[in-house]
Ligand binder design. Structure first.
Ligand code: R2B
Ligand code: URA
Length: 308
């Protein structure tokens, strides 16, 4: 059974706050955002999060703390701010807030990312945040581009090479389109400058459900394809306009679109997958490269705040 979903996109209210269509939520006395360690009964979400304009999510707790520090220093010119992990007691994800910017970790892969993203969407709704923008900053494997390059995604591709996020729901497959906000991705791409010490590309991003076989690697514990199969597959992806491979893009694109939120994905590439599978670049260099998506997103935020 394959249910074809029309790819609904729920419009916002006139004041820019979100309109979630799930009427079941109205019946809850308190909505527990379990993985964020928040709820609507014991927390004044509009007072705590009503000013949020930007949410940035990324894989690790460490990196998202670094992003909060980066934004604090580079956007708001504040030094040595005391950052508090607002979701510490959930023991799952980390959340930091710096003015109108929320920085949240999402773990590895689609189920981990969509769990926290859906709670963030509900949080933004309950908090009555106005026209929030959500970014994912991450790492990825590049296709025929120099390691350390940055890719701004224009769409997500699933493991079956379809531009959709397919989720099993009650024994059927729900298919949601995985297209990202075109204007936003172009605005972010335009943040790249000739003076940058790296290249920035705009292109498709494949989100695989596995790091090893699912990304055609040859170095997992199991492998049932040849090097020729792998190269042929990666070439095919390149020809389709895919620039990089990670593990969340189609779901991120689909859920932000469905919520009517502008969303963008900015990833650094850690290696060129046409040249290998192992991420063997020195740790310090990798940490430096991971600042590149942060710098681009922070530049966008600064520009946005200056012009509003
Ligand atoms: C990129 O890096 C992680 C796997 O190492 C995964 O979360 C992703 O999308
Ligand atoms: N993350 C991925 O999912 N794949 C890579 O090759 C590197 C980082």
């Amino acid at each position: 059974w394959e249910t074809s979903h029309p790819g609904k996109e729920y419009p916002k209210n006139a004041d820019g706050t979100m309109r979630l269509p799930n009427k079941n939520l109205d019946k809850l006395e308190s909505d527990v955002l379990y993985h964020l360690g928040l709820d609507t009964k014991n927390y004044d979400l509009p007072a705590l999060f009503g000013d949020v304009k930007f949410v940035c999510i990324g894989g690790t707790k460490h990196r998202m703390r670094e992003f909060a520090e980066f934004v604090s220093f580079n956007v708001f010119h504040r030094k040595n701010v005391k950052l508090v992990n607002l979701t510490k007691h959930s023991h799952r994800y980390a959340t930091y807030k710096v003015g109108p910017v929320l920085s949240v970790s999402h773990g590895i892969g689609i189920p981990s990312m969509t769990t926290v993203l859906q709670e963030i969407i509900k949080l933004l709704h309950y908090a009555k945040a106005v026209d929030p923008i959500v970014f994912r900053i991450g790492t990825s494997g590049g296709l025929s581009i120099p390691p350390g390059s940055v890719v701004v995604s224009s769409w997500g591709l699933n493991g079956y090479l379809e531009k959709s996020y397919d989720i099993p729901v009650m024994g059927r497959s729900l298919k949601l389109p995985a297209i990202l906000d075109k204007r936003l991705s172009q605005e972010i791409y335009s943040m790249a400058s000739e003076e940058d010490e790296f290249q920035t590309y705009l292109g498709g991003t494949m989100g695989a459900d596995d790091f090893y076989r699912g990304q055609a690697r040859l170095d997992g514990p199991f492998c049932d394809h040849t090097e020729e199969d792998k190269l042929e597959f990666l070439e095919k992806l390149s020809e389709m306009g895919v620039r990089n491979i990670e593990m969340e893009a189609p779901a991120f694109a689909a859920l932000t679109k469905e919520a009517g939120i502008r969303g963008a994905i900015v990833c650094v590439t850690l290696l060129n997958r046409l040249e290998g599978d192992q991420v063997s670049t020195e740790k310090g260099t990798l940490l430096q490269w991971q600042k590149r998506p942060m710098a681009i997103v922070a530049k966008f935020i600064s520009k946005y705040l200056d012009s509003s």
